[in-house]
Design a binder for this molecule. Structure first.
Ligand code: CA
Length: 227
């Protein structure tokens, strides 16, 4: 699941991004209102965390722009001001929830999960599956043939990406940018190590083998019938 964070305060923005990444979400961070709206309209997000006071257009205008475009992903407002007016205004404009700064990250994460669950109207299933592998998006759990497999946040994100794009060969550079949010020019060792670890956990001891290396190209997850 992908979340857009629109926050101009450097520290808060980085903290939110890092925390949400560690919780297993894909995260884009915009530093002002104009960028925020642009991101929201050009990419597909499951949720937006939106600061009210922003350089350029403010959070209200970003929200209006999002709703005007017909996008109905949940929006969680962040505000330093604990004003009833703000809260009412935000909700009237179509915000789904409202959090006053300063807040604990655990509080934000709980709200995000609730909104995503409630917003299940995205018609997205809460499960991704391949053969006897099942990934539960809401509970952040993975199992094979009903047997629970413990993954780190990164391994989970990697497996989620492979499952969402089943049957497609994913180049290392794409995996790097989607899961690590980085661009690896040459050093793809990080990816190789992560894929090896993930395989050891979810393919060793199970059939069929699901993750395959395509030499010189990348990785693919598929439940191939000839295995
Ligand atoms: Ca701000």
């Amino acid at each position: 699941m992908k979340i857009l964070v629109v926050e101009d305060e450097l520290k808060t923005g980085n903290f939110l991004k890092q925390g949400l990444l560690e919780a297993g979400f894909g995260v884009d961070l915009a530093r002002d209102g104009d960028d925020g709206l642009h991101y929201a309209l050009t990419d597909a997000y499951d949720l937006v965390v939106l600061d009210v006071m922003l350089p350029g257009i403010d959070g209200w205008a970003v929200l209006q722009g999002i709703r005007k475009s017909g996008k109905d992903m949940p929006v969680l407002f962040l505000s330093a001001r604990d004003q009833v007016d703000d809260r009412v205004r935000g909700l009237e404009l179509g915000a789904d929830d409202y959090l006053v700064k300063p807040f604990a990250f655990s509080e934000l994460l709980a709200r995000v999960r609730t909104l995503l669950r409630r917003g299940g109207k995205t018609t997205e299933s809460e499960f991704l599956r391949a053969a006897n592998l099942e990934l539960d998006l809401m509970r952040r759990r993975v199992s094979r043939s009903g047997k629970r497999i413990d993954l780190t946040a990164k391994e989970f994100a990697l497996l989620e990406l492979l499952l969402r794009r089943q049957g497609e060969v994913l180049p290392r550079s794409l995996i790097a940018s989607q899961v690590w949010d980085m661009n690896f020019d040459s050093d793809t060792n990080v990816i190789e190590v992560a894929v090896r670890r993930l395989r050891a956990k979810m393919d060793d001891g199970f059939e069929p083998k699901l993750i395959r290396t395509v030499r010189g190209m990348g990785y693919v997850l598929e439940a191939s019938e000839c295995d």
